[in-house]
Design a protein around this ligand. Structure first.
Ligand SMILES: [Zn+2]
Ligand SMILES: [Zn+2]
Length: 52
């Protein structure tokens, strides 16, 4: 399990979030605490949706 924005492994970390892509719902978006905090952009690998 890796953060979709920075690729960091999140298993050992706390504070990360997982949610389905807001546009297609097919892909689980996983973000680490840091990327959540700095509102790092992510791109859905399935539909290309970009979001903070
Ligand atoms: Zn990250
Ligand atoms: Zn999507």
């Amino acid at each position: 399990m890796e953060c979709i924005s920075c690729g960091k492994k999140v298993e050992a970390e706390g504070g990360w979030v997982e949610f389905p892509c807001p546009q297609c719902g097919k892909v689980k978006i996983l973000r680490c605490e840091k990327c959540k905090k700095i509102v790092n952009e992510y791109v859905c690998p399935s539909c290309g949706f970009r979001g903070p």
